[in-house]
Design a protein around this ligand. Structure first.
Ligand SMILES: *Cc1c(COP(=O)(O)O)cnc(C)c1O
Length: 408
């Protein structure tokens, strides 16, 4: 398995760092993984890919592992892109698609990033890892760490959805509830590096999670016949997914694999309850101020301060996209609308994206015929608190009331 990584590069000032040892941040800001794309172009063609198993690892020339045998996998299948006719009609659109990432191991797209990060930790001989999490990243890290036989520590806000709390522990991670936000959990992981000697797997502090998330963009391009959609609508917390996809499109363009040069307009979606990126976008700033009193049931996007804020904002602006905040109080409504319209179990984060599509289509910013892709980043089933509803009861001893049953 030849490897095409040349070095790591500071996203802030372009400083080169070695890819042969574990790295985290440079001047407190994230790193890009860089490849010799000319060599990749010589080594593989678009058509070669079609022969390979339908897994995220099929893009191996554009991924960092050195040795195929070190890959830690739970079966990361390519996820389907589902055309959504009913939802499209509802929003006055014709070409609306959902890429359903909820099918991935541990029920969210976090498995793409953590499969990669744990694989790379293994290659570097790291034995102990720790992560601050809004929920799904912890669940994914715990699972891949278990798979690889690494020791895992997970720190999450005390009000994280209950499934996330339990799944980490079930997978054997030492799991802790913190009476604060993900930023408070991040501080604990930072301070624990010395006394406990773990590697910090935080979003974007670990450079390889982006490369895992990048496979969403590679897959999307391949599945759309190397013609990218017009608009991508993505729920944005730490931003790895949005940043990773944008990086994928740049690399594909440089390889000459894309059918045309137009890139999708990237829409970063947040809830009004936690919208630091939207505020910075609207203020024309490159760095975001921390968002006070962050609150949203869409726990995956409850990230009041993102270390890669400027990378998100750069990508959104370069793409002529938007950062949009939607009403927190309507998230449950969009979750139910999406799931009942299409049968796809929509997570609260993606519910926010449906709200953004509704808004942008109504404004005319998304044209009727444009191809729009929304990412369903997690499974609704991981959010029992957000799904909870009182169901009508039937007394088995009473006469059945068919009119009542017909109404549901
Ligand atoms: C983590 C998460 C997000 C946010 O993803 P980023 O790439 O960190 O911005 C969105 N949705 C779900 C379900 C998540 O778990």
């Amino acid at each position: 398995m030849p490897r095409f990584v040349t070095h790591l590069e500071s996203a802030l000032d372009g400083t080169r760092l070695s890819a042969d040892e574990p790295q985290t941040l440079h001047k407190d800001r994230p790193l890009w993984v860089r490849y010799d794309l000319d060599a990749v172009r010589q080594a593989v063609t678009r058509d070669d890919l079609a022969e390979r198993p339908p897994m995220m690892w099929r893009y191996r020339e554009l991924l960092p592992p050195r040795d195929e045998r070190s890959i830690v996998s739970l079966g990361e299948q390519m996820t389907p892109i589902l055309r959504c006719r009913r939802l499209a009609h509802r929003f006055g659109l014709e070409n609306l698609f959902i890429k359903d990432e909820s099918r991935l191991p541990t029920g969210s797209f976090k498995s793409r990033g953590l499969a990669m990060a744990i694989t790379m930790a293994g290659e570097f001989g790291i034995r102990r890892v720790a992560i601050p999490t809004a929920g799904n990243a912890g669940g994914a890290m715990a699972a891949y760490a278990a798979r690889a036989g690494l020791e895992a520590f997970v720190f999450m806000p005390a009000d994280t959805p209950i499934i996330n709390r339990y799944e980490c522990r079930l997978a054997g991670a030492r799991t802790f509830l913190v009476n604060g936000l993900i930023t408070d959990c991040g501080r604990i992981v930072r301070e624990g590096k010395e006394p406990l000697g773990w590697f910090d797997m935080s979003t974007l502090k670990e450079p390889y999670r982006i490369e895992g998330k990048k496979t969403m963009g590679l897959e999307l391009a391949e599945q759309f016949g190397w013609k990218l959609p017009d608009v991508i609508v993505y729920p944005t917390g730490g931003g790895t997914g949005l940043i990773g996809m944008w990086k994928a499109f740049e690399e594909l363009a440089e390889l000459g694999w894309l059918e045309d040069t137009r890139r999708p307009r990237m829409v970063a979606v947040q809830s009004e309850g936690c919208a630091p990126i939207v505020r910075a976008f609207e203020a024309g700033e490159r760095f975001a101020q921390p968002f006070a009193d962050a609150q949203t049931i869409a726990s995956g996007i409850r990230v009041p301060a993102a270390v890669g804020d400027f990378m998100i904002l750069d990508a959104v602006r370069a793409s002529h996209g938007r950062a949009v905040a939607v009403e927190e109080a309507r998230l449950r409504y969009w979750m139910a609308l999406g799931t009942a319209s299409e049968g796809i179990a929509i997570c609260p984060e993606t519910a926010a994206c449906l709200g953004a599509v509704e808004k942008l289509a109504a404004e005319g910013w998304i044209g009727r015929e444009e191809r729009v892709v929304v990412f369903n980043t997690g499974a609704a089933q991981k959010y029992p608190e957000a799904m909870a509803i009182d169901l009508p009861q039937i007394d088995k001893n009473a006469p059945l009331d068919w009119e009542l049953i017909a109404r549901g």
